[in-house]
Design a protein around this ligand. Structure first.
Ligand SMILES: [Zn+2]
Length: 160
């Protein structure tokens, strides 16, 4: 009996600790909104991906096809994240980039599929964007930012 309560106590301690750490992690973002505020602003699909780290079905985003010059911004807060010139055709069905605009994304890690993946979050609002892999184009950075199109809005570059 003593063992059981000790284990329970340990579990409690561990879960409290990670909750506190999560809270600390979310505090560093400039844009702070409650879940219900985000829910009111975003569509169901956007909310699921951006705020609950969901993944859109492959080949579902119209942004897969975008080739014209411009900027991809965070669909939650408008932070400029990627440029068309960083985009490449990865064949995965998700918009893919070899790099982000400097300091626009932050890296976190998740174990959702049973192994560690590096998650990409918007540096301004902490919303989930996608994941980064190291099988990108070798001739540039070697990195592949695999991004949910629903997490992005595209702003075409103004023609001068
Ligand atoms: Zn954002």
């Amino acid at each position: 009996m003593k063992h059981v309560s000790l284990i329970l106590l340990m579990i409690l301690f561990i879960s409290c600790k990670s909750e506190a750490q999560q809270e600390e992690a979310s505090k560093k973002f400039e844009v702070q909104k409650t879940a219900s505020e985000w829910e009111a602003e975003l569509t169901d699909e956007e909310y699921k991906v951006l705020r609950e780290a969901g993944t859109e079905p492959p080949f579902s985003s119209p942004l897969n096809k975008v080739k014209e010059p411009g900027t991809f911004v965070c669909a939650a807060c408008g932070n400029p994240l990627y440029k068309t010139k960083y985009k490449f055709d990865s064949g995965t069905g998700w918009p893919s980039f070899d790099r982000a605009i400097e300091n626009s994304v932050v890296y976190s890690s998740d174990m959702k599929l049973g192994y560690e993946r590096s998650e990409l979050l918007c540096a301004d609002c902490g919303s989930h964007l996608g994941h980064v892999f190291n099988d990108g184009p070798e001739e540039t950075t070697g990195m592949r930012h695999c991004i949910n199109g629903v997490a992005l809005d595209f702003t075409p570059k103004e023609k001068s």
